[in-house]
Ligand binder design. Structure first.
Ligand code: ZN
Length: 174
């Protein structure tokens, strides 16, 4: 089962996963200053879509050791290290953690620790589109695909446009 671990930027960008379990760490919550964003986080938490979990010391120790070995210790904040440590902890709990962060050092460390990771800036990750087919000739819209991709009324080739945007994240490795 996939588990997304969200860093601060994920909340700032409004990521609200619907299909995966979402986790974050206490230091991320502390970092968020915007009252609206914190309120949204608390709402996700109260509805069970988000768990705020403080990783155990032993996992923080592994992250610290590995980050020193990788020369990344200075580049990582205490928050970053909590995020990575939670990844290790969830993996030990038989979940498949994916760290969602645009921070290069976090991604680098996740890779070194064998954890999945995703950047937010990756095209397509922030929004999922639902497409509407339309005819540029007679302006009709079609909910279903049409034979040969042409308008059954006037014969013009159909085009498509995004009709809806939803804040979800792309599944990794599925
Ligand atoms: Zn048409």
């Amino acid at each position: 089962m996939y588990a997304l671990i969200l860093d601060s930027s994920a909340f700032i960008q409004g990521l609200d996963p619907q299909n995966e379990a979402a986790y974050t760490v206490p230091l991320v919550v502390e970092e968020l200053r915007d009252g609206f964003i914190v309120a949204r986080l608390r709402s996700m938490e109260s509805t069970g879509r988000l768990k705020v979990v403080e990783p155990e010391e032993s996992y923080l120790g592994i992250v610290e050791d590995e980050s020193l070995r990788m020369g990344e210790s200075q580049a990582l904040s205490a928050t970053d290290k909590q995020v990575l440590a939670l990844g290790l902890q969830l993996r030990d709990n038989a979940l498949e953690p994916i760290i969602v962060s645009d921070d290069y050092s976090v991604q680098n460390m996740a890779d070194a620790l064998g954890l999945g990771y995703k950047g937010l800036a990756t095209p397509g990750i922030k929004r999922r589109f639902t497409w509407t087919l339309y005819c540029p000739g007679c302006r009709r819209e079609f909910a279903e695909p049409q034979p040969d991709d042409v308008c059954p009324i006037c014969g013009t080739g159909l085009k498509r446009r995004p009709s809806r945007k939803r804040g979800v994240t792309r599944r990794v490795g599925v």
